[in-house]
Write a protein that binds this ligand. Structure first.
Ligand SMILES: *Cc1c(COP(=O)(O)O)cnc(C)c1O
Length: 388
């Protein structure tokens, strides 16, 4: 790494893991499009690499960069966020138990309940904003307390430091899906968590042009175990994908500043509308964990969700009435997106389960991009009129 150890976030984002290429001086990390590497003699590779599932220099640059940004000892990159989550769960044995949230990313919920439950892993889905519920769910078999904070799509916050203490008291690890916050806004390992998970597809990639995932471990031994499953199961990303994420990360800090500023304006604008029953944004004083947000996060992030009177029909009319906000799943890119969780991202969760978790039928989720604020607010007014 070409930066000093005490370099600040913005500097690490651009330089950590990325020396100018020793052969040509290229400032950007080369994309090593190779599956294998020449050996001098049997089992004596020329450099550090033998086969690209096990390691590739472009991927190494990304993994070193991610470890630096999250203040971990080991970063591991995956083909998707769910591939990262899969590797995390591969460490567990039948009979092991995980305490997690009840408004998780839909794909994470599906991986837990439809795949790993079949292998004998047990999950308790609780309201992780309530530490008493986390504590009550812990058993002697609990291996992970798995938090999503801010959560998706209701932007609820869990107290990472307090949850990590509860987890450690029960002999479990605390895992945080830091996708919504990014390491620029929230540093789970510094707050006491053990492993951070990312969908790199979102803010870290930042331009809606690549799918990827990551794990970052604080403890080197746990990092080594996760690296075993990364290679043994093989959900690794290609070098071009790693390059795109590395390029995205270079502008993460400036993008997040604008995402946050625009999202705060959007949230305030929606809260002032009589058609909107409730706005979920941790930066609003009306948010239940507003104070925790100020303590735990640098800023409240770029995601906003809100409930329209009129249920699914109103939500869908709104989502079809925007021109600047594109109707699409996913989030975290420079462009603004709108979606209706009950019929899109969270449709795989049964309606009863969804409502029980507080996810109302008229819910709309916005990924607020970095366009001009005035254009975004005008677009919201247009869509509110369409949903009237
Ligand atoms: C998108 C997302 C995931 C899954 O990541 P993929 O890259 O789509 O596999 C996990 N957690 C959160 C919070 C996400 O937004």
């Amino acid at each position: 790494m070409s930066t000093s150890d005490d370099a600040r976030f913005e500097t690490l984002a651009i330089h950590a893991g990325q020396e100018p290429d020793p052969v040509t001086g290229a400032v950007m990390t080369p994309v090593y499009m190779t599956s294998t590497y020449a050996q001098r003699a049997p089992a004596q590779p020329v450099g550090d690499y033998e086969y690209s599932r096990s390691g590739n220099p472009t991927r190494t640059a990304l993994e070193v960069n991610l470890a630096a940004l999250e203040q971990g000892s080991r970063g591991l990159a995956f083909a998707s966020g769910l591939a990262a989550c899969n590797a995390l769960l591969d460490r567990l044995e039948p009979g092991d138990h995980v305490v997690t949230g009840n408004d998780l990313y839909g794909g994470t919920w599906r991986l837990f309940s439809r795949v790993f439950e079949r292998y004998g892993i047990r999950f308790s889905f609780v309201d992780t904003t309530d530490l008493a519920q986390v504590q009550a769910a812990l058993t002697e078999h609990t291996r992970y307390v798995y938090l999503e904070t801010p959560s998706n799509p209701l932007l609820r916050l869990a107290d990472i430091g307090a949850a990590a203490e509860l987890a450690h008291g029960a002999g479990a690890l605390c895992v945080v899906d830091n996708t919504f916050a990014t390491p620029y806004l929230q540093q789970p390992l510094a707050l006491g968590a053990d492993i951070v998970l990312h969908s790199l597809t979102k803010y870290l990639g930042g331009h809606s042009d690549v799918v990827g995932g990551a794990l970052v471990a604080r403890d080197p031994a746990i990092g080594e175990e996760l690296a075993f499953y990364q290679n043994a199961v093989g959900g690794t990303p290609g070098p071009m994908d790693c390059f795109l994420v590395l390029r995205g990360i270079k502008t993460l800090a400036v993008r997040m500043d604008r995402h946050c500023a625009n999202a705060a304006a959007v949230a305030a604008h929606l809260e002032a509308s009589p058609q909107v029953e409730r706005v979920h944004y941790p930066g609003l004083p009306s948010h239940a964990q507003h104070e925790l947000c100020a303590r735990q996060m640098r800023a409240p992030g770029g995601m906003v969700s809100f409930e329209l009177a009129g249920g699914v029909a109103a939500g869908e009319a709104f989502a079809m009435g925007t021109k600047v906000f594109t109707l699409a799943e996913s989030l975290g890119g420079v462009e603004s997106l709108v979606e209706t969780p009950p019929s899109m991202t969270h449709a795989s969760i049964p309606a009863e389960t969804r409502r029980a978790a507080g996810l109302q039928d008229g819910l709309v989720r916005l990924s607020v991009g970095i366009e001009h604020e005035a254009d975004l607010l005008a677009d919201l007014d247009r869509a509110l009129a369409a949903a009237r």
